[in-house]
Design a protein around this ligand. Structure first.
Ligand code: HEC
Length: 185
């Protein structure tokens, strides 16, 4: 009896410590009524709370269906059905230098395959890191921080045929470089 209690506590500790988790692949987002309402993109970080999840990010006023990492760093965290964006809680608003209005938001949801969340960010990009080495056959492999998260997708678009990447590989390496470029700052 007593021992069982101790074992339960030991199992509970890791989940308390690691409540922040990363999508290891694109995951289907479900409403609280378990209806499919969007996609959480690989690399996005969520907070778990008793089996539900919260995502924080920034959205453009009028285009709330794409959630970005920040108003400056346009890494896509999730895409939602228009209807579901009504559940967003806005905590801050601002206008950027281009006159675009941004809202800082939180949104709660369920995930279809929450087992595909990992607690260690470093486990996410092994495959992409290896693929990226192909970019070094003509020039040096640029450090991710040499370009911004907003620049990498268009660089990848112009360079993908050089490296012989499929559409899927291009997208994957592009997102990896976007997150990686944040680390250099
Ligand atoms: C077949 C050779 C080749 C491969 C492979 C290649 N590149 Fe390039 N890359 C070039 C050449 C040539 C240039 C310079 C001319 C240009 O900008 O088109 C360049 C330029 C660049 C630049 C701009 C450098 C600057 O000084 O502005 C970046 C960034 C870059 N490549 C990234 C990549 C990435 C990422 C990959 C992998 C997807 C890649 N390259 C694969 C040939 C290649």
């Amino acid at each position: 009896m007593f021992k069982k209690g101790i074992v339960l506590i030991l199992f509970a500790i890791p989940t308390m410590l690691f409540s922040k988790e990363y999508a290891s692949k694109n995951l289907e987002i479900l409403s609280m009524k378990n209806e499919p309402v969007g996609v959480l993109y690989k690399g996005a970080k969520v907070n778990e709370n008793k089996g539900d999840f919260t995502l924080s990010g920034w959205v453009m006023d009028g285009n709330e269906y794409i959630i970005f990492y920040s108003s400056k760093d346009r890494i896509k965290l999730a895409r939602l059905e228009d209807e579901f964006t009504k559940n967003m809680k806005v905590s801050e608003t601002k206008e950027d230098v281009y006159g675009v209005k941004w809202k800082k938001i939180d949104i709660d949801f369920k995930l279809k395959n929450s087992k595909a969340l990992v607690t260690n960010e470093n486990e996410l990009w092994n495959k992409e890191e290896e693929l990226y080495q192909r970019c070094g056959s003509c020039h040096k492999t640029f450090e991710a921080y040499e370009y911004t998260p907003n620049q990498w997708p268009s660089i990848m678009k112009t360079m993908k045929t050089n490296a012989g990447f499929s559409k899927k590989e291009t997208k994957a390496v592009s997102v990896y470089l976007q997150y990686e470029s944040l680390k250099g700052k």
